[in-house]
Design a protein around this ligand. Sequence first.
Ligand SMILES: [Zn+2]
Length: 314
Amino acid sequence: MKIACDNIDRLVNVAIRPKGMPRSQMSDLYDLVKGENPISYDVAKAVLDQPGAKVGIFTGAAVPGHLPKGENDGPLGSIVLGRALQKLGYDVNIYTELENMEGTVAEAKLIGCEVPIIELERGPGAQHSRLSKELDIAFAIEKAGVNDFGVQHSVNGNSRKGTRAVIDDLIDTMTNSGKLTVGLGDGGNEIGFGKVFEKASDILPYGRECQCGCGGGIVTVTATTYLYPISVSNWGAYALTSALAIGAERPDIILEPEEEGEMLRLAIDLDLRDGGTGTAVFAVDGISGEASMGFVELLKEIVIVALTPYERDF
Ligand SMILES: [Zn+2]
C-alpha cells in the first residue's frame, strides 16, 4: 500500500497548471510536510482507524461576478470522496455555501452520490460550533482560510472576504481537541496550509504580500492534522479516495474516468466554472477535461494493480 500511495502522491503533484498558477510550489510543500510515509497513506490509515465515524466535508469557492455558482474544483472532489466514505460505512455530510448548492447537488445525483449536501452558514455561529463538537473527522477541500489579518484570499492575492464561509474556528477547535482534520489545497490560501505557513509564505508569489492591502499574504494561518498539498484539489480528493480503496481493499469505491468526463461536462451546463480561466469550459484549474480524465485513469490503474495478485512464472 505504501508504494502505491507514494505513486498516487507523485501523480497528484504533477504540476501541469498554466503559468502564473502555483506549480512547483505544491510539491515543495508536499515534501516539507510529508512524514515517514506518503501523505495519502497516513490519511487513509487515520480514516480507516475510525470506522463509522461522523465525517464533514467542507467545500465551495464562489466569487460574485467571476464564479457566481462556484468553481468546479472542490465540489467534484467532495462528492467523489463523500460517496466513497459512505460506501465504506461512514456517516458523511457535505457542507457548502448556498451559491454552490445547486451545482453540487446536481453533480452528486449524476454519479449516484447519496451524501446529504447541507448549506454551510457563513458563521462563525451556532452551526459551526455544533459541527466542531459533533464531527469526528473533517475534510476541507479547496476551502479558503484566513491569513493573520483575518482575511481570505484568492491564489493571486485578491481578497475573498465576505464571499464565503469562515470555518477556521470550526477546524481549529476540532484539530486542537485531537480530532482528525485534513486540508486539501492547491494554492496555499486554503485551510491546512497554516501547517507550513513560513515556507508557503516564502515561496508563493503573493505569500508575503497580497494585492488587497490588508497587510498580509495569501497563506492561511489555519493548520490541520494533515495537509495534502496537490496540483488540483479535486485530484487530491480522488487520490485520497484511491488510497482508501487500496487500504480497505474496495476498488468499487473509486472514480471512473468516464464519470470525471460526465461531471466536467455537466459542470458547463451548471455554470460550475473552471477556476483557471473563470469560464464554464471542459477543464479544471486550467487543465483540459481530457487530461483530468487521463489522471483518473492512471489513479484507477494504480488501485487495480495494487489490489491484483501478480505472479510471473517465466
Ligand atoms: Zn489581503
